[in-house]
Design a binder for this molecule. Structure first.
Ligand code: SF4
Length: 360
């Protein structure tokens, strides 16, 4: 029922209140010279310390537009932090409170695999007509690969606009590393089922026939997010059976069956906006995304029922605690900055700028 706040998905840090107080003190001392960016999947306490909070697209824009701050501390996973290091000015410095916070999905595509796949594609079709699209959730060398070949970065909040941009420039999209965001976007875009094909990088020519490659409009990489592919149609049916009138929203990294069964699908920014601005007191929603974000929304909106379809936690987003953030801020002078290698930075910037220019 509305008004019931689900228990925290994890044990709260014992010294969290003290850490937050110290972080606030440091922020007050540093003033405009410091900015903290925090992704929506961060723990409640870390999220509360963010000067800017948002999904990866919003945080990417914030990193590109941060004017006064010299030091940018990014609470998120590695691919977000390296993107910020590309987008900020040369006199700004980006820090990551935990360099071990990576992303298993991003690790499902690497440059040698993508180069081999691109070469194989080129043996079947003219790659001048293929636009490479890399999801934000990827290493910098893959963003650079796209930038160098007239491609673009996308996030879950702008994938539709990115498809528009691509089809103004080419006939096919080569989309990596998340199969599901690519497939859900292609479905929404109205691309025929038989023109969406799955490329398995472990197999020659992705396991596809030359005819399948020639006929495809969207070629999807076989990668996925283990946090989002946990959600199922059965969970949606269960939520509806247990809570009359409940709406269901899922993230587009879920499978296409789950997205089709939900009432809505959208980025974390979309989901947050739905809970804050579109729900009225007493309304109910079951959400298929990372559980820390759902927990935070439930705590912040006790007059609405906000529950997870199932408690699915991203262990990498979870790595950064308020203790880590405090440690980073207290030792900023000696904390290792996140830097991009110059050539990688140049071309990754092209792909990121393409995204920022096409998606407003
Ligand atoms: S939620 Fe999924 S895509 Fe996002 S960082 Fe975690 S594993 Fe990667």
């Amino acid at each position: 029922m509305a008004g019931t706040v689900m228990p925290s998905p994890i044990r709260v840090e014992e010294d969290e209140a003290e850490n937050i107080e110290r972080i606030r003190q440091i922020k007050a001392e540093r003033g405009d010279s410091l900015i903290i960016l925090a992704h929506h999947y961060q723990r409640l306490g870390v999220h509360a310390c963010g000067d800017v909070t948002g999904d990866s697209y919003a945080l990417c824009k914030a990193a590109a537009n941060t004017d006064k701050a010299r030091d940018i501390v990014f609470c998120g996973v590695r691919f977000m932090v390296t993107s910020a290091a590309v987008l900020c000015r040369d006199d700004q410095i980006v820090y990551h409170p935990d360099r071990n916070a990576g992303c298993p999905m991003a690790d499902m595509a690497n440059l040698p695999q993508v180069l081999t796949s691109w070469k194989e594609l080129g043996e079947v079709v003219d790659t001048k007509a293929v636009v490479p699209v890399v999801y934000m959730n990827s290493d910098l060398d893959l963003k650079a690969f796209c930038g160098e070949r007239g491609g673009i970065v996308c996030t879950s909040s702008n994938a539709g606009k990115v498809f528009d941009w691509c089809f103004e420039r080419g006939e096919k999209i080569f989309f990596f590393p998340d199969e599901h965001l690519g497939r859900n976007t292609a479905n929404k875009y109205g691309i025929k089922r038989e023109q969406i094909v799955l490329w398995d990088p472990k197999l020659p020519f992705g396991g596809l026939s030359h005819e399948q490659i020639r006929n495809a409009k969207v070629i999807l990489w076989k990668g996925y997010c283990h946090v989002h592919t946990r959600f199922s149609v059965e969970m949606i049916e269960k939520a509806r059976a247990e809570h009359e009138g409940i709406k269901v929203i899922v993230h587009p990294e879920c499978t296409e069956e789950t997205v089709a069964a939900a009432d809505y699908s959208g980025s974390t920014g979309f989901i947050q906006d739905y809970v804050i601005n579109r729900m009225k007191p007493g309304d109910k929603v079951a959400i298929g995304t990372e559980v820390n974000m759902i927990h935070r929304l439930a705590v912040q909106h006790p007059d609405k029922l906000v529950i997870p379809l199932v408690r699915s936690l991203c262990p990498n987003m979870f790595k950064i605690s308020t203790g880590d953030l405090r440690d980073c801020l207290e030792n900023l002078d000696t904390w290792e900055p996140v830097k991009a290698e110059p050539n990688e930075k140049r071309f990754a910037r092209v792909a990121l700028d393409n995204m920022l220019s096409c998606a407003g």
